[in-house]
Design a protein around this ligand. Structure first.
Ligand SMILES: Nc1ncnc2c1ncn2[C@@H]1O[C@H](COP(=O)(O)OP(=O)(O)OP(=O)(O)O)[C@@H](O)[C@H]1O
Ligand SMILES: [Mg+2]
Length: 378
């Protein structure tokens, strides 16, 4: 039997846990043609959630365009990526894509080329920077043109949206601001990591997208949803796990979807059919995980200064929401002063080792957190 716990890729179907409320919220946002920034820590399930929400839209009458900006690194690659995805979402064959592209993106000189495997693909010719500007305008106006005059409803999703910070200029950001303000018939979702999206783009008054749309922070999956999800998947394989042990798991991973799935994956492998998960088994699964990461974690640990290590030890040991600049924390973990703690925080944030969390901080990698807890590290 295949392991039912998946981690790493986009999950759907049987590997997708709950998110009922979030699904409802996002489907409503799309139906209402809202402009929404969806952000969370890394690997919290943004892509999986939005793809599930797109599948819930009625197929008829909606054109949905999902653009993964991860591979883009410039205004020009942004333009051709978006153009290609729009053409794909409107047409089923390469020939139709060419027709669609000629209709909407004339300035991109679309053509069909045949690759070495004999497969036909759509190609765009973008030579001069001056052309890029015109093409950007053309491509980003297309969703509204499709939706105009009783056309289909259009939803556009930009995933890994923080990628636009790498383009070297803010043309795309500026153009998107006017798109957000003027395309009343089109829904836009912007997905990205909290750190980049929120701090750098939408909370900075000097940036074009400052407060341009609504904010939708995505949280962890609550234990009450993990409980039936995890129990059922063990039961389906004639394995058993009781409520206190699922509680222990969720406590260790803080409900983080990726780490919870990863730990469950290992535990499911360790638990034989007809057996029941024990505390020892959980410890064994964690040990396997930490042994695998040991080299990487040790290297990372050794690159830190003493106050940074002390800060992390404190953060890993305390419950979520701990006041890290309060005298009690500072003294308990040997940080000497609040300004020492401040300095450690700045570096650890910049290195993505910790992240902000409701006025406090947390260790981003939940397994690193367990590793720090597991030994008396000086
Ligand atoms: N609803 C869910 N139920 C169960 N597991 C989930 C769920 N959402 C996410 N996961 C777990 O988290 C992993 C990452 O999910 P996904 O790629 O959707 O997150 P993401 O926030 O888009 O990540 P990234 O920051 O890398 O873009 C999945 O492989 C899966 O293990
Ligand atoms: Mg993603």
């Amino acid at each position: 039997m295949k392991n039912p716990f998946e981690y790493g890729g986009v999950v759907g179907g049987g590997a997708f846990c709950n998110r009922e409320k979030e699904l409802k919220d996002l489907v409503r946002a799309m139906e209402n043609a809202e402009k929404l920034f969806v952000f969370s820590e890394r690997r919290y399930g943004k892509t999986s959630l939005v793809r599930a929400a797109l599948r819930k839209l009625p197929g008829n009458g909606y054109v949905s365009t999902y653009v993964d900006l991860w591979p883009t690194d410039s205004e020009a690659t942004f333009v051709t990526t978006v153009a290609r995805v729009i053409a794909e979402s409107l047409s089923s064959s390469v020939e139709k894509m060419l027709q669609t592209s000629k209709k909407f993106f004339g300035s991109l000189s679309p053509s069909v080329t045949v690759d070495q495997q004999g497969k036909a693909t759509l190609a765009f010719g973008l030579a001069k920077p001056a052309q890029v500007e015109a093409a950007l305008e053309e491509v980003l106006e297309t969703p509204a043109r499709i939706a105009a005059k009783g056309g289909p409803r259009v939803v556009v999703v930009f995933d890994e949206f923080q990628q636009i910070l790498e383009y070297g200029n803010d043309h795309v950001e500026r153009k998107l601001r006017s798109v957000i303000q003027n395309h009343q018939e089109v829904g836009y979702l912007f997905l990205g990591s909290r750190k980049h999206l929120i701090q750098k783009m939408v909370l900075d008054r000097k940036r074009p997208l400052y407060r341009a749309g609504g904010h939708y922070p995505l949280g962890p999956i609550a234990e009450e949803h993990w409980q039936p999800f995890i129990r059922q998947r063990f039961n389906d394989a004639e394995k058993r796990i009781d409520e206190p042990h699922i509680h222990e798991l969720c406590h260790m991973t803080q409900g983080h979807p990726f780490y919870t799935q990863h730990l469950c994956h290992l535990l499911w492998e360790l638990c034989e059919p007809n057996a029941e998960v024990s505390g020892k088994m959980i410890q064994a699964a964690v040990k396997v995980l930490l042994d695998r990461e040991s080299y990487a974690y040790t290297t990372q640990w050794e690159s830190l200064t003493l106050p940074q290590k002390r800060f992390l030890k404190g953060l890993a040991a305390e419950a979520a929401g701990v006041k890290v600049f309060a005298g009690e924390f500072v003294h308990r973990y040997g940080l000497v002063s609040a300004s020492n703690a401040q300095r450690a925080v700045q570096v650890l944030l910049a290195k993505d080792i910790i992240d902000q969390d409701n006025g406090s901080f947390l260790v981003t990698d939940r397994f690193f957190r367990l590793w720090i807890q597991s030994a008396q590290r000086a």
